[in-house]
Design a protein around this ligand. Structure first.
Ligand code: 8YV
Length: 319
């Protein structure tokens, strides 16, 4: 008998067919108030769960007594209660690697968009204001040859360093739990303390995964250490920063601008003050969202799930 797996996110049809070769797939294109009860019912017999972002915690796991593998179609796994999954002997997997270059492209996009005020100026042109604005008021700041500070130098950080250093001539500072020799050797990245990075960078780019140690690691003190001309980019998780402190730093002009792919609450609340700031460029958590990369992530997540259900060690098991 094929093992039953529940997929709770919209997934590429080819990847679903691939899963169906070995599993009985119950597919929810997305979860909502209407279908959540059905989803919980389906979990009773499920041996695998595949998707991204859903809190896999005690409450959910209590509905899923047969569960053997939980597979995230994302590199981040802050939605997993890892100690509890370990306690219950459930294998957890993620999809590192395949999204590095795509997320790095998004981050460079956020850097350029904030520095050169691209969304704001797009609005000027489309609103017919081209002739009414003084040129100086439309000036941005340079990106090329400015110092880029990268907090969290993993696969994505390294891909950002490559673009920034080789393409834009930017010197790189980085802070990470461990040294990254590739980034040091190939892109001249300099390892430093968080404080040195914040004080010395024109652009501060956050890519640290969210976990109990990193929650709110960037707050009032850290924003105060940044240059007044500094631009802050967050493409990790909203909760790695103290969002209220970011709002305050922007309001008090302690930093120049911010580019955000992620928020403390997602979807972001419509009345979040960040949404009404001209010097904040926002995205709806789409760092990896290209057709090509999302297929690779889905395929890898499916392979991880199948390997785990077969009793092997999946290629991307979370330890
Ligand atoms: C999202 C990401 O998970 O991989 C990650 O950790 O943040 C992204 O790829 C993805 O956008 C799913 O919503």
């Amino acid at each position: 008998m094929k093992p039953k797996v529940v997929v709770y996110k919209k997934m590429n049809a080819g990847v679903l067919d691939f899963l169906r070769e070995t599993c009985e797939v119950v597919y929810f294109e997305g979860l909502n108030a209407e279908n959540y009860r059905d989803f919980l019912d389906e979990l009773k017999e499920a041996r695998g769960l595949l998707g991204s972002g859903l809190a896999v915690d005690r409450e959910l796991l209590d509905h899923a007594p047969q569960l053997e593998v939980v597979s995230n179609a994302s590199v981040g796994y802050d939605n997993f209660d890892i100690p509890l999954l370990k306690e219950r002997g459930i294998v957890a997997t993620n999809t590192p690697g395949v999204l590095n270059e795509t997320v790095a492209d998004t981050i460079l996009g956020l850097i350029l968009a904030t520095a050169r005020r691209i969304p704001e100026l797009d609005q000027f042109v489309k609103a017919g204001q081209w002739a009414t604005v003084l040129p100086e008021e439309q000036f941005g700041v340079d990106v090329h040859h400015k110092v880029l500070g990268i907090i969290g130098m993993g696969g994505v950080g390294t891909a950002v360093a490559k673009r920034a250093n080789l393409g834009f001539g930017m010197p790189i500072l980085y802070h990470n739990r461990t040294r990254n020799e590739e980034a040091e050797k190939l892109y001249g990245a300099t390892y430093c303390t968080l404080e040195e990075l914040l004080a010395g960078s024109d652009y501060v780019c956050l890519m640290t995964p969210l976990n109990p140690e990193t929650e709110k690691m960037i707050g009032k003190r850290e924003f105060a250490l940044m240059k007044k001309t500094g631009i802050f980019i967050n493409a990790s998780r909203g909760k790695v920063i103290d969002e209220a402190a970011l709002i305050e730093a922007l309001e008090n002009k302690e930093i120049l601008a911010a580019g955000l792919d992620v928020f403390a609450q997602e979807p972001v609340e419509p009345d979040n003050p960040l949404l009404s700031m001209k010097n904040v460029v926002t995205l709806p958590h789409v760092g990896s969202a290209t057709s090509e990369t999302r297929i690779k992530m889905a395929r890898l997540a499916a392979e991880n799930l199948i390997a785990g259900l077969r009793g092997g060690i999946p290629p991307n098991v979370i330890h």
